[in-house]
Design a protein around this ligand. Structure first.
Ligand code: NDP
Length: 451
């Protein structure tokens, strides 16, 4: 008889958890998963996927506006949030079903309940003890809001996906991914939108020139309150008053707090085992995603390394392969491409100029700010920006940044070249596709300056 009920028990059926289940099961492991909320986790339910659907809706506004300069005209243009919300819900339900059927078809046992760890090889779920040779914690994260008077009046990004009506006036608090994406989305869907950020440029951690550029671009459609701290929010009849520390007040219908996310490690029974947590509750793991309790592993947002779906997928896959096959390939966190779906989009891979200098590289910088061809007729006053960071010694492109429509689509392709070690000379000998915005990547010849 097998000493354990399962070879792998996964807690959390989000991106990382489901990927680990599927790979482990395909390698012959007996796998179970517990999920108390929704299949597909944050990404599918209250993250990337519904946000991108909202983002498509927001881009139609730009498209309708831009089309006028190309000869189109139309009357009675209106947007109906209830249609978007209903169609989004149908699609998300469909995806939930797909995630669940993927588990079923891989013969993964499913517990639709909360699981708590009660020992190095056991969990309590649905009122009973279940044992497993390995346990994988992939429970993700949850929106976090700082506490201040009236902070309970804010909503989180989770709430936005369930909202029945669009507010006429919204204030978004924060300057990270979620804040800038939703600020652009709300403004294009017709809400008067304010973005309140404590720093002087949005998107800390991104290249400083890109931050400056996108802050200006977002400022064209969103009311920006930079270097602004909220002291209090008060309910005033049907409105909310946002009080700033410096004394002024902003009135709106809703405040979205997009002030970060925290690992969801409370009430998981982790105190019963040797798993160690960081200060913010993140599970500490080694390079094999193994916790201080050797039979317990963790991947995804709960380890707070890089909170991106494709990273969680890769981590889950690495754990499953390492446990149930000879493949022990380590995770490579270098050159992870990412996109921010604000207007215009940002796509980036590799190092910012500041990170490159800090890492000791001697660099050359190529930079271009230009008006895309489309906007010569659309009349839109939107610019694009391209920036390449090149290691002078090896000529390799070690950072690539783009602010433009569909930047994520463009940078995904270029990230392959960066991961292959493409040099500036490789970019230069590549023939462009004319006329495209991305051809600028292969035509930049003038160095911006020497760091
Ligand atoms: P981020 O960490 O990106 O941003 C949080 C923002 O809140 C920062 O601007 C931060 O300011 C601000 N903030 C933090 N604490 C306070 C405070 N006490 N008072 C005022 N402001 C505060 O978190 P998000 O929630 O936007 O996103 C979480 C993660 O999810 C991202 O880091 C990303 O990994 C992922 N994500 C990815 C997306 C994508 O790939 N397109 C989309 C959405 C999320 P400061 O900069 O000063 O610290």
């Amino acid at each position: 008889m097998e000493p354990f009920d399962y070879d792998l028990f996964v807690i959390g059926a989000g991106s990382g958890g489901v990927r680990a289940c599927r790979i482990a099961a395909s390698l012959g492991a007996r796998v179970a998963v517990a999920e108390e909320r929704y299949f597909g986790g944050t990404c599918v339910n209250v993250g990337c996927v519904p946000k991108k659907l909202f983002s498509y809706a927001a881009h139609y506004f730009d498209d309708f506006e831009d089309s006028k300069g190309f000869g189109w005209s139309f009357d009675n243009l209106r947007f109906d949030w209830s249609v978007l919300k209903a169609n989004k819900d149908i699609e998300i339900n469909r995806l939930n079903g797909i995630y669940k059927s993927l588990l079923d078809s891989n013969k993964v046992a499913i517990f639709e309940a909360r699981a708590r760890i009660s020992g190095p090889n056991e969990v309590q779920v649905e009122g009973k003890k279940v044992t497993a040779k390995h346990i994988l914690v992939a429970v993700g994260g949850w929106p976090w809001t700082p506490e201040f008077p009236g902070s309970e009046l804010t909503v989180s990004s989770n709430d936005v996906f369930a909202m029945d009506q669009l507010p006429a006036e919204i204030a978004v608090m924060g300057g990270g991914y979620i804040a800038v994406e939703f600020a652009s989305i709300f403004s294009r869907l017709g809400c008067k939108t304010s973005l309140i950020y404590r720093g002087d440029q949005l998107l800390r951690g991104f290249d400083e020139d890109i931050r400056k550029f996108i802050t200006t671009e977002i400022g064209t459609h969103v009311d920006l309150y930079l270097e602004s701290d909220i002291s209090e929010i008060q309910r005033k009849n049907n409105k909310l008053d946002v009080l700033f520390k410096l004394g002024s007040t902003l009135s709106c219908d809703m405040v979205l707090a997009a002030t970060g996310r925290l690992p969801l490690t409370d009430d998981l029974g982790l105190e019963t085992v040797g798993v160690e947590l960081a200060k913010n509750g993140a599970i500490k793991v080694n390079e094999h995603f193994q916790t201080a309790e050797p039979s317990i592993y963790a991947v995804g947002d709960v380890i707070d390394r890089v909170a991106l779906t494709p990273v969680a997928l890769a981590e889950g896959q690495i754990v499953a392969r390492a446990l149930f096959s000879d493949d022990e390939k380590p995770m490579d966190y270098r050159n992870i491409a990412t996109a921010v779906f604000c207007h215009p989009n940002i796509g980036t891979v590799g190092l910012s100029e500041q990170a490159a200098v800090e890492a000791g590289f001697e660099i050359d910088v190529y930079e271009s700010v230009f008006r895309p061809l489309k906007h010569t007729l659309s009349g839109r006053d939107e610019k694009s920006m391209i920036k390449l960071i090149v290691d002078r010694e090896s000529d390799r492109v070690i950072g690539l940044h783009l602010v433009a429509a569909d930047a994520g689509e463009i940078v995904q392709g270029l990230s392959v070249a960066i991961n292959c070690g493409a040099t500036k000379a490789d970019f230069d000998r590549t023939i462009g596709i004319h006329p495209t915005l991305a051809e600028e990547f292969v035509t930049m010849r003038t160095k911006r300056g020497i760091s």
